[in-house]
Design a protein around this ligand. Structure first.
Ligand SMILES: Cc1ncc(COP(=O)(O)O)c(C=O)c1O
Length: 454
């Protein structure tokens, strides 16, 4: 289909000075490529924007967004705390040497052992449910000490509201949770947490969150709770990616850290007089820090003409490595200069699944088998959300000062099968002698003896 597209295709022959061809020659394809410099730039831009306006700001990087340890180390070296939502993430943060008081523990399911560990470490725990509140009460009683907790608050902020996490403000659930904490002889209330959503481009959402939390803090402090030590505003800051549904990249403007910081810090400062103490401001960015510094390098496997003349370019990495393709229109760069027309094509992954599509109507020059494409903004909710479906997962490499470092090697077949067990009687190629299908409870025609069939 000669659907010539006016928009040129970006050519990216090197990532931070390292030729893309040499990355593939060394590590193969597909491969995730992380820029260390870009991770640091993002962190410093965020920290600078907020701390210049509100010095007592803590940045707790949201582990689940991308928890490759080499990436976590970069953020921790910059001074980031850890925001974790599972026992595994809690243990990962500890294994990297994160002090307990630099860990924020969130999430709707905190197993008892994880809560015990978090209490022992002195982590900040934001309570999600009444059940968890009673678990904490019990654990604190058993430990014979008073444990400080925060509560997660949800509010009617967007449509549809993110109301499944924590305690609702408007319905009075948040106030009720605070009352229960006040009544407890083993818990005390230290802070409020509200994560309002992801890729929030309207900064007024954060202003409304602060207004809601300040009102709640005033009420509970007047009733003998607190003082409230921290306001944790969660994550949600946009990256350079383009959500699907926008006409063209850039239609939805990313406010950037300066605007987020201006709105959040000024609103908070304007409300300080209503609070008993100046709270620590906690932020839990994920996407905005780690999305843009990562590209997914893929190679063209085949080029097809589909029904109606539509062009399909099949590459060696798909939604198994980039589930965000369901929600985002990722930018696609080519590694080599091209001449000739730019056409639109569907970018298809290697899975035997119709839904394995990295992008529809992607502007591309006429590429052939072997051409390298770089899928941009591939760092948030991709590697941590990747699937071992059909294909093993590829390596992750980091470009640092013009050099390449392996952060995670690609999986091998033995990695994928390491956890599997084959019972002894199934280890030979044929059924054990004297063991017929019917003796195992399944007759030749497939009906089981208990009558349920297959
Ligand atoms: C509690 C919490 N904090 C932080 C984040 C990170 O959000 P984002 O990647 O949008 O910054 C999330 C993501 O859903 C979250 O659930």
């Amino acid at each position: 289909m000669d659907d010539h597209y006016a928009r040129p295709v970006n050519v990216e022959p090197a990532i931070e000075g390292v030729p893309v061809q040499s990355i593939r020659a060394r590590f193969g394809s597909p491969v995730y490529v992380v820029s260390e410099a870009a991770l640091r730039r993002n962190y410093r831009a965020m920290a600078g924007a907020f701390r210049s306006r509100y010095p007592d700001t803590v940045i707790a990087y949201s582990y689940k967004t991308n928890y490759v340890p080499g990436i976590l180390r970069v953020f921790h070296q910059e001074g980031a705390h850890a925001e974790v939502v599972s026992q595994f993430e809690l243990e990962l943060a500890r294994s990297l040497g994160t002090p307990g008081e630099h860990i924020v523990f969130n999430g709707p399911h905190k197993p008892i052992d994880a809560l015990k560990a978090a209490i022992a470490l002195g982590a900040r725990i934001n309570v999600d449910s009444l059940e968890e509140l009673s678990d904490l009460q019990e654990l604190a009683r058993a430990a014979g000490r008073r444990v400080k907790v925060g509560i997660r608050v949800n509010m009617r902020l967007n449509d549809p509201p993110w109301d499944r996490f924590g305690f609702n403000l408007e319905a009075g659930q948040a106030l009720d949770a605070c009352r229960r904490i006040r009544a407890s002889s083993h818990l005390s209330l230290a802070g409020f947490h509200c994560h309002a959503g992801t890729f929030l481009t309207q900064v007024d959402i954060y202003e409304r969150v602060i207004a809601g939390l300040v009102t709640l803090a005033k009420t509970v402090e007047a009733n003998g709770c607190g003082p409230i030590e921290y306001f944790d505003l969660g994550g949600g800051y946009a990256s350079g990616n383009t959500p699907l549904g926008q006409l063209l990249p850039g239609d939805l403007t990313n406010p950037g850290y300066e605007q987020y910081a201006e709105a959040i810090c000024e609103t908070l400062k304007a409300n300080l007089r209503d609070l008993r103490r100046r709270p620590t401001l906690i932020l839990e960015p994920g996407r905005s820090l780690v999305d843009d510094p990562v590209s997914l390098l893929v190679s063209v496997v085949s080029v097809k003409t589909m029904l109606g003349g539509r062009k399909g370019v099949v590459v060696d990495g798909g939604v198994n490595l980039l589930s965000t393709a369901y929600y985002f229109r990722h930018g696609i760069n080519v590694a080599e200069e091209y001449d000739g027309p730019v056409e639109t094509a569907d970018l298809l992954g290697p899975l035997c699944m119709q839904v394995d599509v990295l992008g529809r109507d992607v502007p591309l020059p006429r590429v052939q088998r072997g051409a390298i494409l770089l899928v941009k903004h591939a760092g948030a909710y991709t590697i941590s959300n990747s699937m071992q479906f059909i294909h093993a997962r590829p390596p992750v490499v980091m470009v640092s000062d013009g050099r390449l470092h392996l952060l995670r090697r690609g999986e091998r077949t033995e990695d994928l099968t390491r956890l599997d067990e084959i019972p002894v009687h199934l280890r030979s190629a044929r059924p054990p002698s004297g063991r017929s299908a019917s003796r195992n409870g399944v007759s030749r025609n497939g009906a089981s003896r208990n009558g349920h069939g297959r």
